[in-house]
Design a protein around this ligand. Sequence first.
Ligand SMILES: Cc1cc2nc3c(=O)[nH]c(=O)nc-3n(C[C@H](O)[C@H](O)[C@H](O)COP(=O)(O)O)c2cc1C
Length: 143
Amino acid sequence: MWQISGVLGAIMLYQLCYVSRAVTPLSYPELRALVAQARAYNAAHGITGILFYGEGNFAQVLEGEQAEVERLFDCIQHDARHYDVTVITRVTRPRRTYPQWGMAGHRLAEAQFAELVKYLPEEADAPPLEARLEAFVSKSEQL
Ligand SMILES: Cc1cc2nc3c(=O)[nH]c(=O)nc-3n(C[C@H](O)[C@H](O)[C@H](O)COP(=O)(O)O)c2cc1C
């Protein structure tokens, strides 16, 4: 961990956020399996972030070194479990929003997910992303 954070300390962090729709609704065990696999890969590639699932919809924030994030996003985009993959933001940030290694996973009710999506874009004087998403994390079921 110290090796990766040492390198990342010297560069800006790249953050990509997208939403997508599941081809078929995923069960709790399927979601858990997806997140477990993501955690293993992401931890090994210095990628952190958060994945939300709400009644057939995904929203994910990926952060790390730009090339690593884009390489992973290319795989994710081609994943047959979802479609309509729509990028909301591609930004650089001075530090990680989600510093825990891997990938947090949260399941939300449909109405909450619809509300969450409104808070994803980076508006000019909006609070930081983690503050905007905090309320949704606390209402969610952890994956
Ligand atoms: C919504 C969604 C989010 C995903 N997020 C990640 C992720 O953060 N990290 C990851 O390694 N795989 C993630 N995956 C899985 C990848 O798309 C892909 O299945 C995985 O990288 C294995 O690819 P491979 O079978 O070509 O090796 C996600 C899949 C979906 C549908």
